[in-house]
Structure formats: C-alpha cells, structure tokens
Design a protein. Structure first.
Length: 301
C-alpha cells in the first residue's frame, strides 16, 4: 500500500521507516529539507509541499499526519481538504485533542473524504518494538487501512485496534497519557523516598533491576527508569523541570466534565506544573504566614 507521511520528526520518520520495511511505498513531506533527505536515504521518495504530496500519491490517497497538535495540525488539515477527493483518507496519528478531531472530521465528512484518528504510543522505541495504536473511525474505512496498522503494530493481531467512531482513538490516547502521568509520578516519588534514606546507602539502579523481575510493579516504564538510573544515578545535569504536552490537562478536564474523581492523575499534573515554579510566590507567602501567626523562623534566600 502507498501512503503519504506528513511530519518527518523522529517518530514520524521512524514510522515511515517501519512501513518501508514492511513493503509499503511511502512519500514523505516535511518543511525541513534535512528531514526529507534523511528519509530518502531509507528508500522513500519525498516532496517539498503538501500540494506536491497529493499529486504524487495514487488514488485513493492515504495521508498520515504526524505533526504537533493544535494550529499545525489545523493548518495541514485545512490545506489538504480542497486538494483531496472522495474516497481519500487522512489519518491523524498525533496527539490531537479529541474535540478538535471531531470538528475536523465533520468538515471532511461533508466532502466524503475519510478521517481516522490514531492515538499512537511507542515513542522512540516504536521502530524496533512496534507502535500501540488506538484507532477511531468508520469501521469500513479502518478495515481498508488494516495493512498499515498491522505493519506498524508489534504484531498484526496485537497492539492496535479500532476502539470506536472518529474521535475515540484520540480520546483513548488522552486517557492513556493521563495514566502515564500517574505511573511516572509514583515511580519518581518511590525512588526519591529510597534515595533520601541516607543511612542505608541504597543503590537505586540495583533496586530497579530487582523489581523488574517478578515484582507486581514491573513494567516497561520501570525498565526505562532503571536504565536511566544506571546511566545517571544522581540525575546530574538534569533540571527539576517537567514539561507536559497537554494530554494530562485534557484528561483532567474530561474527568471534571464527567464527574469522575481522578485525584492521582490530577495531582501528577499539578506536580509537573509545580516543577516549573522556581520562584514560588505561594511558598514564600506560606512561610510569611507561619511567621505572622506563630513566630516561626523564615529561611532567607
């Protein structure tokens, strides 16, 4: 099967390479010429515009978007719509907000162009291990795209599936990432508690290796955490600043909309926000309050 790949960053390029290895023909587009050249070295052809991409693909066209959520995805979707014809299909494999996906799909439906959302997990390991894909879209359309998903997945029958109508793929991936926030926070807090028990001089990498086998907390995330501790036991050179790409916020918003309690995911998001406040006014004010009502000492900067 032939398809176009828009967005040749690390994950998009790796997905394109896995498709090439699986016998698919890939035409790639990225505004970065170096990214296009790198994909060409893997055996794909590339173009320098979305318009040229549409012209280079045989019909019915399939175009996979692997670009950041928000305006960049909107711009790509809006540019492609008038260029595509009935029977063509877009797959949005990025981390779009599912509400944006529903809006975009409606405009494509009016032109009888397919729109499928694939919440995609696997990161930099996907090329080697395969990708986990939560797919939303019309059942018939998704079935026609089966060869693509089977090639990208860990196996043809595992790691991917149609979870529901359009929008459901990104919704499921949103919740997946919210869970990821909570798991990461739990591991980070646990290892921090171990580290602070100075008199035991615990080897965190050794403990991680023990937990990886037979323990109820074993996971791929623990494997990666343990590997990181082996490379840099003290986390030297790493600032205590944790970014977020939006999915945790959207998960908390959804929980509030549905009246579903989600304290762990919510608190893990708040911890990420707190990590960025290097000059915490609220903490300074708390210290001042304690001094005012109880005469407690204030630690000077």
């Amino acid at each position: 099967m032939q398809l176009g790949m828009v967005g040749l960053g690390r994950m998009g390029a790796n997905m394109a390479e896995r498709l090439l290895r699986g016998g698919h023909k890939v035409v790639g587009f990225d505004p970065n010429a170096d990214a296009r050249k790198a994909l060409e070295s893997k055996g794909a052809s590339t173009v320098d515009s979305l318009q040229s991409l549409v012209k280079a693909l045989s019909t019915p066209r399939v175009i996979w978007l692997m670009v950041p959520s928000g305006k960049i995805t909107d711009d790509a979707v809006d540019t492609l719509l008038p260029l595509l014809a009935a029977g063509d299909c877009i797959i949005d494999g990025g981390n779009s907000n599912y509400k944006d996906t529903l809006r975009r799909a409606e405009s494509y439906r009016a032109k009888n162009v397919g729109y499928v959302d694939s919440g995609t997990s696997g990161g930099v390991w996907g090329l080697q291990e395969g990708y986990s894909m939560m797919v939303g879209g019309d059942e018939k359309t998704v079935e026609a795209l089966r060869p693509i998903f089977e090639t990208l997945a860990p196996t043809k029958a595992k790691g991917w599936g149609r979870v529901g109508p359009v929008g459901s793929g990104h919704y499921t991936k949103m919740v997946h990432n919210g869970i990821e926030y909570g798991l990461m926070q739990a591991y980070a807090e646990g290892f921090s508690i171990l580290k602070h028990k100075k008199e035991f001089a615990l080897d965190l990498h050794q403990i991680g290796e023990i937990w990886r086998y037979g323990s109820v907390v074993r996971s791929w995330l623990l494997d990666l955490t343990t590997e990181a501790l082996g490379k840099n036991p003290q986390m030297d050179g790493i600032a205590p600043y944790v970014a977020d790409s939006g999915e945790g916020r959207w998960t908390v918003d959804a929980a509030l909309e549905l009246d579903v309690p989600a304290p762990i995911i919510t608190l893990s998001l708040l911890e990420r926000l707190r990590s960025r406040d290097t000059e915490s006014f609220s903490d300074k004010l708390l210290s001042a309050m304690r001094n005012e009502f109880g005469g407690h000492p204030i630690k000077k900067e």
